[in-house]
Design a protein around this ligand. Structure first.
Ligand code: ADP
Ligand code: ZN
Ligand code: ZN
Length: 804
């Protein structure tokens, strides 16, 4: 029996979910702890890779058989036992590898970065010889794929001859920010003496001495340099003379350094109070219970969340609150930070890697008790959790598209059980899955059926665009909507206009032959961009000039179809020349902070109209907005996805909820070509309950969730034949393991069959109880490691949120 460390290594193509055993070097036996990152040799070449220690224990092995840990990457564990346990469960239930899960749970900077180095190992080989192939300045940190094929083959030859070696090093990217603090070592009495000893024209030195002599507070070096307009050389000179000492200290990169807002708890109405009481009781009794808080838009859900968090904190516990990425607006941050101040850590994709790392460390060191963030914040290393809240729980962004394909709701449930604390799912339009669970009493349903202070829900009008077009209206604006906008401009009230981009874009088509300009790499049409005057692919980034004539029949009648936000903006400007318009879409929000700036301008009433894509539908609370216009309600209804009605209903309800939130009455206009569709009719009255019943009936008929589970397996390859063959092979292996009740769809090409020059084939399994499915699919995942080398990518998605 010897002591070994069990390690999950970071080698993407050689994964298994069982850890490898390594010897622990003598010097490290006392230092090594579970949850640390280490550098270990791996494979025949003994290349160095990063690994995570998941267990330390005794094992019956021959020491000669094992390799030894090379070095530690951390001096304290980066993962606690809860998160290691969670990663195992996550790998198992999402059919992914544990290393992928561990890396997903940690800040980006914990991902290993490898550098390559060329090393001469043969005495016969001279440096010049090698330098002929690759200049010696490039021996370190080179990327193989940046070398020419000739260089590659020469190096590869030398390596086979045993003349050179490629050494891999693991770089630790997790750097903290260090600053210098200045401590004065002189007092007021010494000032004149020192000043006399200086040269007459040494004014900067004199300023420094004066400051140090009269200052007892410690300041940072940069502050001092700015304050006195002196250079670091002056400070270093002062240090050399012994007037001051510079001390290196760590400083957090705080994204909300300037934050000042403050909010106080509101007196809750009866329904809010009941919801709070129920959840608080559960915190008090340490119950792992899930609540579904179904409240119409503007019913005060957020206030309930905040007071629930306050309750958990008062009990000495912590809280996690998830919001959809796009809803993490300054408004939301103000509400939470304003209530809980420095106790809050914020995690979202708008932060730099360094900021995220520092927020993460504040949580880990128990310096933050409340975590607010987007999907991946569910993995925050917070302990002693008292409540977990997921706002807008129906949002698709809570499901990750890449491996591990997890849903934050499921992870939250796991942690809720681990900490025996309640989980609160909030929404105006809960997912069918969650609402169905509350029907079966698996979740406890809490309702906020009314808006705060009895404000009515906005009045929604459906406009039949088929009729409008017949009366000569233009494609984007019906007459009633134009009148409504005009009225708001006269009354100095604000309007929000949404252009639904889902499944819709402005493409270009030849009126003579019907030719549509498509991406050469992907099976989708290119989108027209007026700002860069080009056609772009939204999947792979391919870009080309706008054609002047049809590439197919050379006709000049090649025209734009559909509408982009830019085009609508121009139309609006023509129609309302005096209106101040803000546009918010992927193009105007690409830069850091752009999103915040646009919303701030709108909030300060420096614009009359906010025109945007779906990203304006959520979470905004502007009291002066009394009109919401949806330009095209139904573009997503036609998508080949069984959730398209649900998505349409949710989006229309959400965006309507932006109107009339304060004392002014709100009005909503929904333009559509399908005015009789139930998703649109029921969104008109914001009747979630009726929508739920109708949609449940349809799902039952079609054997879809929440009545059935779904599992999607996809193969991708450069050659269509390979992807298809793989899926037929998978099906052949799987089918005998399934009962006759399981429904298998496919193999079929995906609705968008080719993306970035790869073909996608899928099967979808719909099932209720399949005891063998999990084991069979896990086996397929293991075997996929050998496909990887043939260039086949296999992905497995339990409960996919999109079938595109
Ligand atoms: P939701 O999250 O359900 O859309 P919010 O929490 O944003 O609703 O509440 C809507 C508005 O009502 C906000 O401006 C909020 O400050 C206000 N509000 C919430 N609860 C109360 C209350 N109990 N008393 C007064 N105003 C409230
Ligand atoms: Zn043509
Ligand atoms: Zn493309």
């Amino acid at each position: 029996m010897i002591q070994v460390a069990k390690i999950i290594v970071d080698v993407p193509t050689m994964q298994t979910n069982s850890p490898y055993s390594y010897l622990i070097p003598k010097q490290l036996t006392n230092e090594l702890q579970v949850g640390m990152r280490v550098v270990v040799p791996f494979g025949n070449g003994n290349r160095k890779v990063q690994g995570f220690v998941v267990q330390i224990g005794m094992e019956e092995v021959d020491a000669d058989q094992l390799k030894s840990i090379e070095s530690l990457m951390d001096l304290e564990p980066v993962l606690n036992t809860e998160l290691i346990q969670l990663s195992r469960w996550l790998a198992d239930t999402t059919f992914s590898f544990q290393i992928t899960c561990l890396l997903t749970m940690l800040p980006n900077v914990m991902r290993a970065k490898y550098s390559k180095q060329l090393k001469i190992v043969d005495d016969q080989m001279s440096e010049e010889q090698l330098a002929d192939i690759l200049p010696s300045t490039q021996w370190q940190d080179f990327e193989t794929d940046t070398l020419s094929p000739l260089q590659q083959s020469e190096l590869s030859k030398l390596r086979k001859q045993g003349k050179i070696e490629i050494v891999y090093r693991v770089k630790n990217q997790a750097q903290t920010k260090q600053i210098f603090q200045i401590e004065s070592h002189i007092n007021a009495e010494q000032e004149s003496g020192i000043v006399d000893s200086l040269r007459k024209n040494a004014t900067k030195m004199r300023d420094l001495v004066h400051f140090l002599a009269n200052q007892s507070k410690i300041v940072s070096q940069t502050t001092l340099e700015k304050k006195l307009a002196i250079s670091s050389a002056t400070i270093k000179a002062g240090e050399a003379k012994g007037w001051l000492v510079r001390k290196k200290v760590e400083q957090y990169r705080d994204p909300y350094k300037e934050f000042k807002g403050k909010t106080t708890p509101l007196t809750l109405n009866q329904e809010q109070q009941t919801a709070l009481d129920e959840i608080s009781q559960s915190i008090e009794k340490s119950q792992a219970k899930t609540f579904l808080l179904e409240g119409v838009t503007g019913s005060g859900k957020t206030e309930v969340y905040l007071q629930t968090i306050a309750y958990a904190l008062a009990k000495g516990k912590t809280a996690i609150m998830l919001v959809p990425e796009i809803a993490l607006t300054p408004q939301m941050v103000t509400r939470v930070k304003g209530r809980f101040g420095k106790q809050v850590a914020v995690l979202h994709s708008g932060l730099s890697d360094g900021e995220k790392f520092d927020e993460w460390r504040r949580i880990k060191r128990h310096e933050a008790q409340v975590v607010v963030g987007a999907r991946s914040a569910i993995f925050a290393p917070i302990e002693n959790v008292g409540v977990i809240i997921i706002d807008e729980e129906h949002e698709t962004s809570y499901k990750q598209d890449d491996a591990p394909r997890y849903h934050a709701r499921n992870v939250a449930q796991w942690r809720s059980k681990f900490y025996n604390c309640p989980l609160v799912l909030g929404s105006a339009t809960p997912s069918l899955e969650s609402r169905a669970r509350s029907e079966r009493q698996v979740y406890q349903l809490l309702r906020l059926p009314n808006r705060i202070n009895g404000h009515p829900l906005p009045k929604v009008q459906i406009i039949d665009m088929r009729e409008e077009l017949q009366t000569g209206a233009d494609q984007n604006f019906s007459q009633p909507l134009l009148n409504a906008i005009d009225k708001r401009l006269n009354m100095q009230q604000q309007s929000i206009l949404m252009l639904n981009r889902r499944g819709y874009s402005s493409f270009i088509m030849c009126r003579d032959c019907g030719f549509v300009l498509k991406c050469p790499n992907c099976d989708i049409s290119l989108t027209l961009h007026m700002d860069s005057r080009s056609m772009k692919c939204h999947y792979c980034g391919h870009e080309e000039p706008i054609p002047k004539q049809c590439p197919n029949c050379h006709s000049r009648k090649i025209r734009y179809y559909g509408t982009g936000t830019e085009k609508v903006e121009q139309e609006l400007k023509t129609k309302f020349p005096s209106a101040r318009i803000l546009r918010m879409d992927v193009d105007t929000t690409r830069r850091k902070g752009a999103h915040e700036r646009i919303l701030r301008q709108f909030g300060e009433r420096r614009a009359d109209i906010l025109l945007g894509t779906q990203m304006i539908a959520k979470g905004l609370d502007f009291p002066n907005v009394t009109l919401v216009g949806v330009l095209n309600a139904d573009t997503a209804l036609e998508l080949p996805d069984f959730r398209s009605s649900e998505r349409t209903f949710q989006l229309l309800t959400q965006v309507s909820g932006r109107a009339g939130r304060a004392d002014k009455l709100g009005e909503v206009f929904v333009q559509t070509f399908n005015p009789d569709h139930y998703a649109i009719q029921l969104a008109k009255t914001q009747n979630y309950e009726n929508f739920f019943r109708k949609e449940m009936y349809i799902r039952h008929q079609g054997k879809y969730p929440p009545y059935y589970f779904t599992l999607q397996i996809t193969a991708a390859h450069k050659e269509e034949k390979m992807a298809a063959q793989k899926m037929f092979a998978v099906l052949k292996e799987l089918r005998p393991q399934l009962s006759a009740d399981a429904v298998v769809l496919g193999p079929t090409p995906k609705p968008i069959a080719r993306v970035k020059n790869k073909y996608y084939y899928q099967i979808v399994i719909k099932y209720k109880h399949e005891p063998n499915l999990h084991t069979a699919v896990t086996k397929i995942l293991q075997e996929s490691q050998s496909d990887y080398r043939q260039g086949i990518q296999l992905s497995i998605d339990a409960e996919p949120q999109s079938f595109m």
